[in-house]
Ligand binder design. Structure first.
Ligand code: SAH
Length: 379
């Protein structure tokens, strides 16, 4: 009897997540469950609009019951929503099935709505200026949870989301398989149908991941969080640099461009007194030019300058306006195109990791039965 019960509970735990399934996998499942294959194409688009199988009356009770026996279904739940009075940016704190929380931000541009999604609960990369990494990584997000952020935000706003940036909490290439599955799901014609060219993925520079990505044939835009021109400066603010130094990283970028023909953009967070001198800018231009360009050819280089968002725990200060302008001029004088990122949602603290952290601090003592953000860090 005990064995039987244990067997059953094992089975319960092994339920697959419905939102992580591809159309082909659903087709196979329907056939194996003795149902018609066309059901998959009936189910998939409705799932990607945010409906649960229970809400899909056109499936019929028998199919709904079979689905419930084999799959779990959960869409991220809006725990908090902040809307910027300045520019309409919307920031969500989403609750996941196990009570953990992640953040997503929707920014409104003329060319459409862009969502910035999280790829992990927390992060283990340890960048010194970043709020998301303070408590470490709790777990990876599944493909369904990555997709769920887009679906839930779109459903809540009642507006189409046409662009995605993977620049929220977490390191996408540290959750490689789920991220790739998500990219294919979100691009699927029967679902959200978001073009790869409308998707950007940002990484702190996991070289193995960059090499794997170039083989996937996914024409997304890759962004590299560089933040420093040399190993000494970079290792002081990004521990990952001790494993993959600047030269090796830029070498991988060159290879990626040669292989895919897709240009890479570089992120550079400006921190007062750490990486924002004109000398740093000149070094940056030299290192980018020498690795990625020859005299006659090479990758068009674009650097996005981001004055650091101050996070109380880090003590880092943002560079002054003068320093930012001087840095930009120094890059441009050496042929590197540089833009300063416009800050959206400044009144709602829209930079990543801060809302989740605030919620974690508030909810130190979870009460049973409530949908809680689980605190994952000793403070
Ligand atoms: N792990 C990935 C993606 C998440 S972070 C990466 O490192 O790229 C997204 C971007 O925000 C990165 O460029 C990151 O360095 C930057 N960032 C993190 N904290 C920041 C802060 N406090 N101010 C400005 N940019 C920050």
């Amino acid at each position: 009897m005990t064995e039987l019960l244990e067997g059953n509970s094992m089975e319960q735990n092994e339920k697959k997540e419905l939102l992580s399934q591809t159309v082909e996998e659903l087709e196979e499942w329907f056939l194996s469950a003795g149902e018609a294959k066309y059901r998959a194409k009936q189910l998939f688009p409705q799932l990607h609009k945010g409906l649960s199988p229970q809400q899909m009356s056109n499936l019929g009770k028998r199919v709904q019951e079979k689905l419930a026996a084999s799959f779990s279904w959960h869409l991220p739940v809006v725990e908090q929503k902040l809307v910027s009075a300045i520019d309409g940016t919307v920031k969500y704190l989403f609750g996941l099935a196990d009570g953990h929380c992640v953040e997503s931000v929707v920014m409104k541009y003329e060319h459409g709505n862009t969502i910035c999604i999280s790829s992990q609960v927390g992060c283990r990369m340890g960048c010194k200026f970043c709020a998301s990494t303070i408590g470490g990584r709790v777990r990876d997000l599944s493909a369904g949870e990555l997709l769920g952020q887009v679906i839930a935000a779109q459903k809540d706003m009642g507006e189409r989301i046409s662009n995605i940036v993977m620049m929220g909490i977490g390191e996408p290439l540290d959750n490689y398989d789920n991220v790739i599955r998500f990219l294919r799901l979100v691009n699927c014609e029967e679902g959200l149908n978001i073009g790869y060219r409308h998707i950007s993925l940002s990484t702190c520079g996991l070289i193995e991941g960059i090499r794997r990505l170039q083989e996937e044939d996914l024409p997304i835009t890759l962004s590299i969080s560089l933040h420093a021109p040399d190993d000494e400066t970079r290792s002081a603010i990004m521990p990952i640099n001790k494993k993959y130094g600047v030269s090796a990283l830029l070498g991988a970028c060159k290879e990626y461009f040669a292989h895919t023909g897709r240009k890479i953009s570089f992120e550079y967070t400006l921190i007062a007194g750490k990486n924002d001198s004109v000398e740093n800018a000149r070094k940056l231009a030299d290192v980018l030019n020498s690795h990625l360009r020859t005299r006659t050819e090479g990758m068009p280089i674009h650097v996005n300058l981001i004055p650091v968002n101050e996070v109380s725990e880090t003590g880092f200060r943002r560079s002054g306006r003068e320093a930012v302008a001087a840095f930009q001029r120094a890059l441009e004088s050496k042929g590197i195109r540089a833009t300063v990122r416009r800050k959206l949602g400044s009144d709602i603290n829209a930079s990543c990791g801060q809302l989740r952290r605030a919620a974690m601090k508030e909810k130190q003592t979870p009460k049973q039965g409530e949908n809680q953000c689980i605190t994952d860090t000793a403070e």
